[in-house]
Design a protein around this ligand. Sequence first.
Ligand code: PLP
Length: 397
Amino acid sequence: MALSERITQIQPSPTLQTDSKAKALRKAGVDVINFAAGEPDFDTPAHIKDAAIEAIREGFTKYTPVTGIEDLKEAVREKFARDSGLHFCHEEIIVSCGAKHSLYLLDQVLLNPGDEVLIPSPCWVSYPDQVLLHGGRPVLIPTEERDGFLLHPETLRAALTPRSKMLILNSPCNPTGAAYPRERWEELAAVALERGLWIVSDEIYEKLTYDGFRPVSVASLGPEARARTITVNGLSKAYAMTGWRIGYAAGSKEVVSAMGIAQSQSTSNPTSIAQKAAVAALRGSQACVEAMVEEFDRRRRYIIDRLNRMEGVTCRVPQGAFYAFPRVDPYFGRGRKGRAIRGSVDLADYLLEESHVALVAGAPFGDDRYLRLSYATSMEEITKGLDRMEAALHRLR
Ligand SMILES: Cc1ncc(COP(=O)(O)O)c(C=O)c1O
């Protein structure tokens, strides 16, 4: 069979793969602690589920307008105005099958073969592969822990070429948890706008910030930023709605309309009943989000503290999202029972097999010195998992 060149260039999502491996082991009766999943362990709040049940009962089960029902676009419009002071009309908004799908559509409509997409690294695993899938060239720009994993404007400038087309920003960031302050956004946007880049701002973890950090939406920096930024967001993380598959993008009418065409020829509308649930999530009380953030924060403090107490492990305090990103390279070169730990993938494999702790290697995110642990799992599991991890690391000589 001759598969396309495009598909042979990319890998299945390593985070989803590790998560499924962990879930399969658990199903087989193995007591696995799963730090791999990028999804809240909380149930979708009841009022959101009720809205979907009501939609089914009412027979709201047919095709909807391709880019989303008016009610949901209105709820998204209100959300941008409320949270970021941004004013969009319905033609500037598209609802898709998850933020991942919105990002995919953006590559579809903006990239020509060879176009370069600048991505601060470490980054979410799907950005580079989605770019490759569209014939673009991902240009990973390293960021360092000592700089808080924030992209520096001069490093961005140095990575620019005549083929640079798009800059993907993600704050709070998966996997580092880094969150960008307004001043850094302004500096980065200035470089990007000077060169006429499209800015894609993935704000999916916007609601999950800690220590009083207040996120700033890139498009809200001013009219120029508003014109060249496509903001991507979704319901998955903030409302524990990963399975419902609702995300959205807002920005330039021309780009959003083109995304609508691509969507009309691929998925058609996102699921009708999930759209109704999304309206309830965005318009309903936000107390459920606050309660989840409070619990994530409690876990964050515990997990970071525990990791930093482990010999040979250091972990920066993340300001957002629900991931810890500890540095573990002091363990490289060690081993156990003839098994050598050469990098983060070996270490993640070792921890899964030796102690049944599933976490994701740093390598697929762009930095082999790290591991990623999601703390979107209960305190009890976190405690048990960290105990096991510590003991397994201790056994490496
Ligand atoms: C940075 C980032 N963007 C987008 C997504 C995709 O979210 P959705 O479930 O809305 O497709 C994820 C999910 O892990 C993510 O971590």
